[in-house]
Design a protein around this ligand. Structure first.
Ligand code: ADP
Length: 251
């Protein structure tokens, strides 16, 4: 990744509520896909022990930002520094569409993934953590969409990475499965993990996120805890905050 000296944009409010030590520090992130400019001079810190939610309209650059934080994508400008403990697997990732081998059972899937990382996985504990202990022997293609997503969450947590990034873990899930997914993220954050999650479910974000980054027009247009953001915008829900930031309160 290239270093940059691009100054922080004044439109991006300063961070006030880091929950723990910063595990990832992204500085001056600008990203372009050819002619299309997606992110402009974005600074982000991801603290341990907290759920950091990334929200914003479709196509606004959330996945791009997550992939840059993960190190999967090199930004056009700027850099990301991992400052957490030195471990084999610093960052876990749940992509929007996790792919599994359909003939493997849930337990085999996690064992296989652990083997790829050179780890022995306590598959029972790993499945139990996401409420899938009873499905250990079921083939992946016999799991419901929601259960497969929970298996993806378990997979992203294999090896206890200090940072875990979830790209829309609740999309397509029913309300109780969505809530369960966020509860798991919140439990991992309480255990000290730095969680980053993108989501369109503002109700769940308001309930479970410690910090929210609202991405809009290529910058972090607002950031803070749900409570801080509501106080700042004199609104009573994260949806109102989103509406005020993204639509100027005109919709
Ligand atoms: P979000 O996750 O907020 O929906 P993305 O980061 O996926 O947004 O995409 C941001 C913008 O960049 C969109 O306009 C999208 O079409 C474009 N984009 C994403 N990935 C690529 C790519 N690999 N090549 C070209 N354009 C891309």
């Amino acid at each position: 990744m290239t270093e940059t000296t691009t100054p922080t944009e004044s439109r991006q409010p300063a961070e006030r509520t880091p929950a723990g030590e910063s595990m990832l520090t992204a500085t001056g992130i600008t990203h372009r896909y050819g002619e299309l400019s997606v992110l402009q001079s974005v600074d982000v810190e991801i603290p341990s022990g907290a759920v950091t939610a990334v929200v914003g309209p479709n196509g606004t650059g959330k996945t791009t930002l997550l992939r840059i934080l993960l190190g999967q994508l090199t930004p056009s400008e700027g850099s990301v520094a991992y400052t957490g403990p030195a471990v084999d697997r610093p960052i876990g990732y749940l992509p929007q569409q996790p792919s599994f081998r359909p003939q493997f059972t849930a337990a085999e899937t996690l064992a296989f993934y652990g083997a790829l990382l050179g780890r022995e996985v306590d598959t029972h504990a790993a499945l139990d953590r996401v409420g899938l202990a009873d499905a250990a022997a079921r083939p992946v293609d016999a799991l419901s969409g929601g259960m497969r997503r929970l298996l993806g969450i378990a997979q992203s947590l294999v090896g206890e990475p200090p940072v875990v990034v979830f790209d829309e873990p609740a999309s397509g899930l029913d309300p109780s499965m969505s809530t369960r997914a966020f509860e798991i993220l919140s439990e991992r954050a309480a255990a000290g993990t730095a969680i980053v999650v993108s989501s369109h479910d503002l109700g769940l974000v308001e309930r479970f996120a410690d910090r929210v980054l609202v991405v809009h027009d290529g910058v972090i247009a607002a950031r803070g805890s749900p409570r801080e953001l509501m106080a700042e915008t004199e609104t009573e829900s994260l949806w109102d905050v989103y509406d005020a930031v993204v639509h100027g309160g005109n919709q």
